[in-house]
Design a protein around this ligand. Structure first.
Ligand code: ADP
Ligand code: MG
Length: 324
């Protein structure tokens, strides 16, 4: 009898990866390609197949504001490390000048204020959420189109060599780190393509045929126009997020509402079902009353969430006041 050959199937998933995928899909609506990109990356990492001397992955997320680019990183962190804030987040617009770069990497010894600057990216910060089982870190550069030249130089080095040299010459090893980069480039054109004002579209408004491809092409072309080939070549994957459609936005609302309600249960604690069933109803009514035609807050999708949470939890306050 001949021994059976092992089958190498790139689509096979370990149990851990399947669990990760299920949890991620419960938190992220749509965005099939980005979800797959993260699941693939996790699978490669778990199998120990990522290249040594490089970051675990260099991923560029493109797409309009409010489509879930930042959220997917936080959601993955929440699933893997139990904490959505287990991500070092660098808002590129905040690091325009050289003294601001010092906030990121610290200033050289001898400089005024050297001891007071605590670099944002350090080995300790990266290791903060490591567990016995999972020694992986997430580093997110948001809105990279706003990065200054000095920040670009740092970024190029990190993407290529998986190291960062701090102001005091200490080296940060990024070979156990996923580097996420996000950009809204092409977002305006995509919105125009959809013929709408916001980061989501009304289904039925426009024929959908070919729209997905057009959105992807528009985002990729915008990125290639703006970013150097040197940068693009260092990326493992470029993923385009699509504007959310009305039904998808409703699903996002369900997820967000679930989060508000879990918080209500937590705060109401031992007060029994009476308080929180009233509270649920009130928050549900308030949040669902939000017209879909206009996001809560302003144009930016990013402000939808706090707005929703506020609307969802404001009606609860009399209930809690009664308890005091
Ligand atoms: N695809 C999505 N799935 C689940 N929630 C989403 C999605 N897209 C947007 N959201 C919600 O909208 C908020 C703003 O999205 P965000 O990820 O910050 O957008 P951006 O693409 O501009 O980074 C999120 O915090 C989340 O509540
Ligand atoms: Mg964002």
């Amino acid at each position: 009898m001949s021994a059976q050959k092992p089958v190498l199937d790139p689509n096979l998933r370990s149990g851990e990866t399947r669990d990760f995928e299920t949890s991620l899909r419960a938190k992220i609506v749509g965005q099939e390609e980005p979800v797959q990109a993260l699941v693939d990356l996790y699978q490669v990492f778990c199998a120990g197949m990522n290249s040594p001397g490089r970051p675990v992955g260099n991923l560029l997320f493109l797409g309009p504001t409010g489509s879930g680019k930042t959220r997917i990183v936080e959601a993955a962190a929440e699933i893997l490390f139990g904490e959505p804030r287990a991500v070092i987040k660098v808002d590129c617009a905040e690091f325009q000048h050289s003294h601001e770069i010092a906030k990121l990497i610290g200033s050289p010894p001898g400089y005024l204020g050297h001891r007071e600057t605590h670099p944002l990216i350090t080995q300790e910060e990266l290791a903060k959420f490591h567990t016995e089982k999972l020694k992986l870190s997430f580093l997110l550069f948001d809105e990279i189109e706003k990065a200054s030249d000095a920040l670009w130089q740092l970024l190029l080095g990190m993407l290529d060599k998986a190291t960062l040299t701090l102001g005091d010459n200490r080296r940060v090893d990024l070979s156990q780190t996923v580097i996420f980069l996000t950009s809204n480039l092409g977002g305006g054109e995509i919105t125009e393509l959809m013929g709408g004002g916001y980061g989501f579209i009304q289904s039925g408004d426009k024929p959908k045929v070919g729209l997905d491809e057009k959105v992807e092409r528009t985002a990729l072309e915008a990125a290639r126009r703006k970013f150097s080939p040197e940068f693009m070549n260092r990326l493992d994957k470029v993923v385009v997020f699509h504007p959310l459609q009305r039904e998808q936005l409703e699903q996002v609302l369900e997820i967000e509402l679930g989060m508000v309600q879990r918080r209500v249960v937590f705060v109401a604690g031992g007060d029994g079902p009476a308080v929180w069933s009233a509270a649920f109803e009130a928050s549900d009514r308030a949040a669902r009353g939000v017209p879909f035609g206009e996001p809560v807050g302003d144009r930016a999708g990013a402000t939808r969430r706090p707005g929703l949470h506020r609307l969802g939890s404001q009606p609860l306050q009399p209930h809690f006041r009664q308890r005091e």
